[in-house]
Design a protein around this ligand. Structure first.
Ligand code: ADP
Ligand code: MG
Length: 401
């Protein structure tokens, strides 16, 4: 059996018109001799009737926090509606299909409600549907605990569902359909002349996804990479070739930077030695944060200070902790961490100099920088992020020709 996974994101299933396009993609795969296994997200985005955030907003915020099991149950409803509606659309064009919840599709997870991890996949039910000559339509973003409670896999988790099912069925490829032509050199909502990256290797795309490009979930990339199954990102709305992600793809050709992405909601924390001279806890502050599960990054340790960033959701926890130990600190909130990604920058001198010069010319303050062999990060204020990304995109000549 020649299996292909076709995952359709929220916007792709959001209207009757778009659902017709979804059906045409499934039909085309069948005509090409594939047995498609379809994975769908909930319809639309926040505010749309059956979108996940809309469903969650029906619950009291505190109830939701204290009852993650219940929150996951309502969060799963969007995909259940979407999968069933797609089956109905397939029926209209003479294609038989069966909707399957994550649990019915054999996706077993741990008990970490709202961010569950898949611990086992038993694809028997999917194979049964395929053997009956039908199209399995699986609800993305969800699984089931061994005790049969519905769980969700975290935001963007439908991509993970697609990869999990693809690996379990040894699929030939996994197609991720979305509302852009593929992976672009920058988020097209920020840079209108961003260009399409037609091929990219798993490592580079993992960096992209991990550093904030929403277009594919990093876990989905990791899972597909371990089994070497190609991932293809395509636009539901047109027939463009999309982006092919696989191994052995030379990275960005002669381009130093493959693309730019960013993570928002970062807070920069600075703890000065001079403010904490007499505090014996100063030397173990990073350890204290680790013990309390506060994840930090862009860490710079200087003789006279420690500087790092945290997610804004952890600011209250951090401030309670540091106050408890009387550690004085300063912070700058509303920061964004910009990442310039590309394995070709390894060993090329002057990249950081070009970045800092470009940002300076454009009046963007750099709050902090860091670099690895494949990525350079710059922390900037949120109000500067669009200007910074656009100017760097321009400086490294990444625009459409
Ligand atoms: P879906 O609902 O189909 O899963 P997402 O909203 O999760 O779609 O991902 C698609 C969005 O990712 C695009 O609309 C685009 O704004 C955003 N995005 C961010 N960075 C990039 C990038 N480098 N290339 C393409 N899209 C990107
Ligand atoms: Mg997505």
């Amino acid at each position: 059996m020649k299996i292909i996974i076709q995952k359709f994101g929220g916007t792709s299933v959001s209207s009757t018109e778009k659902r017709k396009l979804v059906v045409s993609k499934i039909k085309k795969a069948i005509e090409e001799g594939y047995n498609p296994v379809v994975v769908v997200s909930a319809m639309g985005r926040d505010g749309d009737s059956y979108a996940t955030d809309t469903l969650l907003s029906l619950l009291d915020v505190n109830f939701r926090t204290d009852n993650k099991l219940a929150a996951d149950l309502i969060a799963c409803c969007g995909e259940i509606i979407s999968a069933t509606v797609i089956c109905s659309e397939l029926y209209k064009v003479g294609l038989n299909s069966t909707p399957l919840t994550g649990g019915q599709a054999g996706i077993i997870t741990n008990n970490e409600f709202s961010n569950a991890e898949v611990i086992e996949t038993k694809p028997d039910a999917i194979l049964k549907v395929l053997n009956e000559g039908k199209v399995p339509v699986i609800t993305g973003f969800q699984g089931e605990t061994r005790e049969k409670y519905f769980t969700t896999l975290g935001r963007g988790g439908s991509d993970t569902s697609a990869s999990i099912v693809g690996v379990a069925l040894n699929a030939e490829k996994i197609e991720i359909y979305t509302d852009v032509d593929g992976i672009m050199t920058a988020d097209p909502r920020i840079v209108d002349n961003a260009s399409l990256i037609s091929q990219i290797n798993y490592n580079d795309v993992f960096q992209f996804a991990d550093q904030g490009a929403k277009v594919i979930h990093p876990t989905a990339v990791k899972i597909a990479m371990l089994s070497g199954i190609p991932l293809i990102i395509k636009n539901t709305m047109n027939d463009s070739e999309g982006t092919i992600i696989s191994k052995n793809i030379p990275s960005s050709g002669n381009k130093i930077i493959t693309g730019i992405t960013h993570v928002k909601d970062r807070v920069q924390i600075k703890i000065n030695y001079n403010d904490n001279k007499d505090n014996s806890y100063y030397d173990s502050v990073l350890e204290l944060l680790a013990l309390n599960n506060i994840s930090i990054d862009l860490i710079n340790v200087f003789p006279d200070s420690n500087v790092f960033t945290i997610d804004k959701n952890n600011l209250e926890k951090l401030s309670n902790l540091l106050n408890q130990f009387s550690i004085k600190y300063n912070f700058i909130d509303n920061c964004c961490k910009i990442a310039l990604i590309g394995s070709e920058m390894r060993g090329i001198p002057g990249v950081m100099a070009r970045i800092t010069k470009t940002l300076k010319i454009n009046n963007v303050d750099i709050l902090q920088t860091a670099d690895s062999h494949t990525t350079i990060w710059c922390l900037v204020k949120e109000c500067d992020v669009k200007k910074a990304i656009k100017s760097l995109h321009n400086e490294f000549q990444m625009s459409k020709k």
